[in-house]
Each structure stands twice: as C-alpha cells, then as structure tokens.
Design a protein around this ligand. Structure first.
Ligand SMILES: NC(=O)c1ccc[n+]([C@@H]2O[C@H](COP(=O)([O-])OP(=O)(O)OC[C@H]3O[C@@H](n4cnc5c(N)ncnc54)[C@H](O)[C@@H]3O)[C@@H](O)[C@H]2O)c1
Length: 519
C-alpha cells in the first residue's frame, strides 16, 4: 500500500465569516446530552453515573456516561485479548486503511467534533478546531508509520545466513487519557496501538466521556474490529483496574505526574503467573519556563509569552508557567506583560473573542484561586484580582512577580492562568533554575544572539524547546512531543519513534546452507 506523503490537516481560517458560521451552526445543532455507554464488543451498557458538564455553564449537561465497574474493566480486557489474536493478524496495510477511514469520518464531522470539545472541555474555537486536526493527523501519521515499520528493516546477510527483524504487536493496550486534548490525545495513543496491531481499551478522562465516545465511533466506523477497541468511561479506579490487569501488556498514559508515577509502580509489580512485562508509555506534567535574554525582541516575546501562559487558560501541558528574565529588562517586560494580560478577554469558549475560557471544573478553579492568593501573599502580583463571569469555573489571569526562591508557585504545576516572572543575572542563572527542576517538558528562549541560542540548546533538558516563538502548539510530524526527567518516559508523540513503544522486535536467523531441501 503506498500513500501520499503525510501533511498536517489545515486548521480553519476563523477570520472568515463562513467558517465561523459553520462552527456556530454545528454548536447549535449539537444534541446534548450524549449518552456514553461502557462499550465492549457490540454490548452497550448505558448509565448516567458519570455526568460531564459545560465548564462555562455547569448546569448544561454535555454527556451522561456509564461508570465502568471493576468487572467491566476485566471484561473489556478479556474481550480485547480475544480481539488481539485477530487484529494483530490483519495486514498492516489494512489496519492503516481503517485508520485513514476513521480520519475521513472525523474530517467530515470536524465542525461537530470541535463543537463537542468546546462544550465538554471549554476549548475556545481555535483550540477545539486544532484538537480535531491533531486527532486526524495522528491517524494519518501512524497509519503511514505502521506501514513503514512493517517493511522489514535490512539486516546484514552474510552468505549462508538469512536474518530477519520483525516488529510484532505486544497485546492489549490500556489507553488512559486526560481531558485537556479530549480528542487528539486519546486518539493519538489509541491510533498508535491499533496501527501496530494491538487491541485497545480506552479509558477517557471522566471530564470528557463524550469526546471518548466519538473516538471509538470513528475507529469502529473506519473498520477497527469491534473486539479490538473498547470504551470504558470511568474515573481513576477504572484506569487503575486496567493497569493492574495481568492481561494488559502496555499502558499508554497521558496525565498528571502523580498518576503516571503510580502507573509505573503498578507496572513494575510482576503479577504471579504473568508472562509479559508491562510497558508504560507515560506523558506527564511539567513546569515550563521561558528564558528572556537582554537582547530579546520584546515585540515578539510579549504576545508569545502571553499566548503560551494564558491560552486555553494555561491548561495545556506545554503552557508557560515561569518567565526567567534578564534583570536589565525585567521591569520593562513586566510592564509590557501587565498591559497585555490586562487586555485579555475572559469569557465563554464559544465567544470567538475569548482569550481565557473557564477552567475545566470547580476543583481546578478553587486550586488555581488558592495559588493566586499565595502569589498575592508571597510576591507582588502585577495583574491580579479582576471580575470574572459568575456562572462557570472562571479564574482571572495572574502575573506574579517578586516570589521567594522556595515558593510553591515556582515548583508546582499550577495548570491554570498564572505566570510567575523572575529576574535573573544572566542566561546561565536562568539555565541553572531550569536545570534544578525535576520535570522537563517544554521550554522557551527569546534571544537574538545565535551563540546564546546554541548555549541554551546545549544546556536545556526539556523534551521540546522553542526558540523565539510560543512554546505551545506542537504539530504532528513537525514537533514530535514529549517530556524528559519526571515529565515522561521520553517517547515522542507524533514522531517516527513513537510506534516502537507499541511493538516488540523479533529476529529470526536461518542457516540456509542446509544439506538438501525436504519438499
Ligand atoms: N506530557 C504530555 O504530553 C501531557 C499532555 C496533556 C496533559 N498532560 C498532563 O495531564 C495533566 C492534566 O490532565 P488530567 O487532570 O486529566 O490528569 P490526571 O492524571 O488526573 O488524569 C488522567 C487520566 O488518568 C486517570 N486516572 C486518575 N487516577 C488514576 C489512577 N490512580 N490509576 C489510573 N488512572 C487514573 C483519569 O481518570 C484520567 O483518565 C497535567 O498534569 C498535564 O501536564 C501531559
């Protein structure tokens, strides 16, 4: 099977009135609440124990989902184990074709899917549209990657010996997903596992079961066998049950460091009678810093920093959390950032003018408010309290300066619209502060000096470093994404190596100088 080269799905041009209308029409047409079942093979168990609501209007119910029990988690794995035997035997080209049909299904419904992500997770239009595009990109990219992986790599073949290396699927993959990219991230992990011949049990985030349903629909309509993909809506206990199950070979997880580390511990326990080591693909949290040197172009740096820190209310894993600024321009940059942050529009996700939407849920809003209060007590908030809409989980953007070195605000992943700005003597002091962190997801640098750029690149431990641009918005195939240190197991979603996490290599060596053939 030969496919045209991969290209990223183009995002919508939202300056065009017709595109905006297409999206708002899709939002008006959304029939809510969605009913999300536990969906194993062709069995659907409906329920309403899990309720996902619109973060901007919490009285609006977006999805009523069944909450998977431990027994259902076990049943989903048992079915996926049976499904694995068949799905792994399907030729790579046919598996890829199923993923491409799933991508086409999503493309046809991209306005409706963006509207759902907007309602369920308060993703503003541009972010919601980008989320759909990224999900499509993962399907297209991993479909091609699986075909490439299947084309046997060439080993040395001395006379009289034939050597062959094959990559084979590992087994059942538990996909445990976060809510902040409710379509792209679960689809990415599921698509990678399925493309390489594994079967999947998808546990979407409890905040986004409606998006989880659409992912499984897309894959099944595309042609993934019913017993090769199950939907298991639920909370953390459902994810934990999947991770413990001895028949789960791979855990593909994206979420907080606390949960990811727990999953790594669970996987390290080899259950009695287990015949396989569990592998964990974990993409976790960060504490992302942008270094701004004295020679930075502030006309570029200010909007990029504001976008990185406050876009989607700071709820992207790649979002900027600290700005480490050369002391000679610190006050000027704070003044300019203050003006920019004061100008941000806080509002509902469906308003095209919104910069800062509500946070995902009440707990998140309360947590970020506590950090904002701490910023006011410990430092000098350059931008602080401000009126926000009452209905919904809104939080005003905060710019905190003058924090003590040991402040929790400089250590914890806040996951909200709060940026700490610190003065540093020079770029090396900034690098030291970045290096002192146990996490290393994304980072940024603003400098006009190529030698400074090279120096910071050499010293930077992060998985994704962005120079003279915003630090969010990684694109499949262009910026393979994932963190180092405690931010992740070092895999790169949307990169060429990613699929290797989902397969095991097998080498066959045959002595071909045998004495005669038995035919
Ligand atoms: N590195 C990345 O690529 C990346 C991308 C997106 C989000 N994130 C991180 O995700 C976090 C935000 O997402 P979240 O709030 O959904 O994370 P979370 O860790 O709370 O939840 C993620 C998933 O894990 C499940 N879960 C919770 N407890 C569990 C347990 N004990 N065992 C198994 N599963 C369990 C949840 O139900 C959910 O499906 C942030 O820390 C962010 O940095 C990282």
């Amino acid at each position: 099977m030969s496919l045209p080269p991969f290209v990223n799905e183009p995002v919508l041009e939202l300056r065009r009135a017709a595109e905006r209308r297409r999206l708002t029409d899709a939002l008006d047409a959304l029939q809510l609440p969605l009913r999300v079942p536990v969906w194993i093979d062709d069995e659907r168990r409906k329920g309403d124990e899990l309720i996902s609501t619109d973060p901007g209007a919490p009285e609006r119910v977006v999805a009523l989902a069944a909450r998977a029990t431990q027994a259902e988690a076990a049943a989903a794995v048992a079915t996926a184990k049976r499904g694995f035997a068949r799905w792994s035997a399907v030729p790579a080209g046919e598996r890829a074709a199923a993923l491409l049909r799933a991508a086409a299904w999503m493309r046809e419904r991209r306005a409706e899917l963006a509207a759902l992500a907007l309602r369920e997770c308060a993703k503003p239009w541009a972010d919601a549209d980008a989320d759909v595009c990224e999900a499509i990109d993962f399907l297209e990219f991993y479909a091609r990657g699986a075909i490439e992986l299947d084309a046997r790599p060439t080993l040395l073949q001395p006379p009289g010996e034939r050597n062959e290396l094959r990559y084979v699927a590992r087994g059942v993959c538990a996909v445990i997903a976060p809510w902040n990219f409710p379509l792209a991230i679960p689809m990415g992990m599921a698509a990678a596992a399925l493309a390489t011949g594994n079967s999947v049990v998808l546990k979407p985030a409890e905040q986004a079961p409606g998006c989880g349903l659409r992912i499984v629909e897309a894959l099944r309509v595309g042609g993934v066998a019913l017993d090769a993909i199950a939907l298991l809506p639920g909370e953390g206990d459902a994810g934990a049950a999947l991770a413990r199950d001895p028949d789960v070979a791979t855990i593909a997880f994206t979420g907080s460091s606390a949960v990811g580390l727990e999953l790594l511990r669970t996987a390290a326990e080899v259950a009695p009678g287990a015949r396989q080591l569990k592998r964990v693909v974990a993409e976790m949290g960060g504490k992302n810093c942008i270094i701004v040197d004295a020679d930075a172009d502030l006309d570029e740096a200010v909007p990029a920093i504001v976008d990185s820190a406050f876009g989607y209310a700071g709820q992207k894993c790649s979002a900027a959390s600290r700005a480490l600024v050369h002391e000679s321009i610190h006050d000027l940059l704070v003044e300019r950032l203050t003006g920019a942050v004061q100008g941000l529009q806080i509002g509902p996700a469906d308003d095209f003018a919104t910069d800062v939407p509500p946070l995902i849920e009440r707990d998140a809003r309360d947590r970020v408010r506590r950090y904002a209060e701490l910023a006011a007590r410990e430092g000098t908030p350059a931008v602080g309290a401000r009126d926000v809409p009452q209905d919904g989980w809104y939080c005003a953007p905060v710019l905190a300066t003058g924090l003590p070195h040991d402040s929790e605000l400089l250590r914890d992943e806040i996951f909200g619209p709060l940026l700490a700005v610190e003065a540093v003597r020079d770029v090396d002091e900034a690098c030291d502060r970045v290096d002192a962190l146990p996490v290393a997801l994304t980072g940024g640098l603003f400098s006009r000096n190529p030698r400074t750029v090279d120096h910071v690149v050499a010293r930077s431990p992060v998985g994704n470093l962005y120079v003279n641009r915003a630090i969010t918005g990684a694109m499949v195939g262009r910026q393979p994404f994932g963190g180092n240190r405690l931010s992740g197991t070092g895999t790169k979603a949307g990169g060429h190596d990613y699929l290797l996490q989902f397969v095991e290599p097998r080498v066959v060596t045959e002595n071909t100088v045998r004495h005669g053939l038995v035919v």
